[in-house]
Design a protein around this ligand. Structure first.
Ligand SMILES: [Fe+2]
Ligand SMILES: [Fe+2]
Length: 223
């Protein structure tokens, strides 16, 4: 697999700390939000195919590949939907700068499938489950029903992506005879900077098989 996926000349990629803050307010804010979501989905396409191709040396059942091919198709659908939203706002993917943090996370875990599953589906995509419902609400508040619908579909699909992550992470841990929760803690502390941010969408996470024993011990103590 190549170290980096092929990418269009634009958007310009910035360090995450140099990215402008985004909000749903105003047309410019909405555009920035949809653009950043499109960028995440494009990365998700590459990350999924990387998950399929990079770990081909690991002995895995056929259903592992079936699951992730389905995810790869859904990520492409998400990108296409958001690109369509951008077009409605007279914009296109590449008009704004984007950050390179997601691919960085992938490179850090390129040597170890369990670490990759811990960080990408079980930390980053699980975080999507926490933050998407409030985003849908905000889109509805400003009567942007088209964006809300788009995010609804993404939210529903992403629950499955986290579920596949949890399923295959448990599979790898079972095979090694290690406890999945403590293995997860080790990988996240090694490959992810900082604590996991509450509030958590406990219900959606649990439905995806990501029970609190995985993420609660990695959250900061409050009060
Ligand atoms: Fe997605
Ligand atoms: Fe996803």
């Amino acid at each position: 697999m190549p170290d980096r996926p092929g990418r269009p000349e634009k958007p310009v990629l910035l360090a995450p700390r140099d990215m402008p803050k985004r909000s749903l307010k105003g047309k410019a804010g909405r555009l920035a939000l949809i653009h950043s979501l499109a960028h995440i989905e494009l990365n998700a396409v590459d990350l999924t195919w990387d998950l399929i191709g990079r770990f081909a040396h690991v002995r895995l059942p056929r259903s592992y590949y079936d699951d992730w091919v389905r995810v790869g198709l859904e990520e492409a659908k998400h990108f296409a939907m958001l690109q369509e939203r951008l077009a409605k706002l007279d914009a296109t993917y590449g008009d704004l700068p984007a950050h390179d943090g997601l691919w960085q996370a992938a490179q850090d875990t390129g040597h170890d499938l369990a670490a990759r599953l811990a960080i990408i589906p079980l930390v980053l995509e699980a975080r999507g489950l926490d933050i998407t419902p409030p985003m849908i609400e905000k889109a509805r508040e400003i009567d942007d029903e088209d964006t809300a619908k788009c995010l609804d579909i993404i939210y529903r699909d992403e629950k499955n992506h986290v579920a596949f992550g949890a399923k295959w992470f448990r599979f790898l841990c079972d095979r090694q005879g290690i406890r999945p929760e403590s293995a997860f803690h080790t990988y996240v502390r090694r490959h992810f900077r900082g604590p996991l941010k509450p509030p958590f969408n406990d219900r959606a996470r649990s439905e995806a098989g990501l029970t609190p024993g995985f993420y609660k011990p990695l959250a900061p103590l409050i009060g």
